[in-house]
Write a protein that binds this ligand. Structure first.
Ligand code: ADP
Ligand code: VHF
Length: 281
């Protein structure tokens, strides 16, 4: 069986969706049709008996819209205020859409501190376990409203890999605005070629995302996705970066089809979450 075929058997899956995939590029408003399709994909995986965790960005963008701000907020307090407004709006939308399929969802907001301190890390782990055993889909985001600059993950790519490690997931899917990893940023150079499979991560590969800063609504770019790939694969999870413009890509990946870039898991025996969080990536 090849690496792609093996994805069919993955049982505990973390799926991360970025702001650029959740919103209309022209207005910044939520793309409700896409969200509906996403929820259908996730509930269908639940119906197949898989454990699903959604890591969703979008709180700041949704809050910015609701508050009527014209520019993307740059002051920390302003971002935190937008996140406070946007997070509950976002959850309201998720609750409504999951409710249509009788699927219970739950909200988990975390900071770096949650992961660094053993007591809170164990608590978070136990809560995830309990929710998953109840058949619930946890929806995770950074607790932007309280996390200070020093204690921020800052991007949900890294956060989703840490969550995958915490819940011992066997697959992480990052939905982005691009088909996967290229040898260089394809928005900047036409010479960039697509990489379908990464079965070994080295320094040369990590450099491929270094020049990137991401889109004007997202925060991560490719660098944080490669950091996420290192964390996920070393914790024992495969990771796929795929284009979220058509969220049906999720079931295609799960059918073993050739979509996105697949990073193959190589579990490191000495992997401990706190070390990876502490290292600051
Ligand atoms: N080597 C690379 N391969 C693919 N994309 C890259 C690379 N380097 C930089 N990028 C940029 O990273 C962007 C994706 O990151 P980001 O804007 O954070 O998306 P999202 O918010 O959807 O996660 C791409 O649109 C691309 O311009
Ligand atoms: N926690 C922030 C998103 C941070 C983030 O990583 O955003 P993105 O690059 O769109 O995945 C929010 O909900 O707005």
């Amino acid at each position: 069986m090849n690496y792609r075929e093996q994805l069919k058997d993955r049982q505990r899956i973390v799926i991360k969706i970025g702001t650029s995939s959740l919103t209309h590029p022209t207005t910044g408003n939520l793309n409700l049709i896409k969200l509906e399709k996403l929820i259908r994909e996730l509930v269908d995986l639940r119906n197949q008996g898989k454990d699903i965790i959604l890591v969703s960005s979008g709180a700041i963008a949704v809050g910015k819209k609701a508050a009527g701000l014209k520019e993307r907020p740059d002051r920390i307090a302003q971002k935190q205020a937008c996140a406070a407004i946007g997070q509950c709006r976002l959850m309201m939308t998720y609750q409504k859409l999951f409710g249509e399929y009788n699927q219970i969802a739950a909200q988990i907001l975390m900071t770096k501190n949650t992961m660094l301190e053993e007591a809170t890390r164990v608590n978070a782990h136990n809560t995830f376990q309990e929710l998953l055993s109840m058949g619930v889909i946890p929806i995770v985001n950074e607790n932007d409203t309280v996390s200070t600059y020093e204690m921020q993950f800052g991007d949900n790519d890294t956060l989703s890999a840490i969550v995958a490690a915490l819940v011992e997931a066997d697959l992480l899917i990052l939905l982005s605005d691009i088909d996967g990893l290229f040898t260089d940023d394809p928005h900047k150079t036409s010479k960039a070629t697509f990489i379908d499979l990464v079965d070994h991560m080295d320094e040369r590969l990590m450099q491929m995302g270094k020049a990137s800063t991401g889109t004007n609504v997202g925060t991560g770019g490719m660098a944080t996705k490669l950091t996420a790939a290192r964390i996920a694969t070393e914790s024992g999870a495969d990771m796929v970066i795929a284009n979220g413009k058509d969220v049906h890509v999720i079931h295609r990946i799960m059918e073993g089809k050739q979509f996105g870039t697949l990073f193959v898991a190589h579990r490191k025996e000495e992997f401990t979450i706190a070390d990876y969080v502490e290292a600051g990536y």
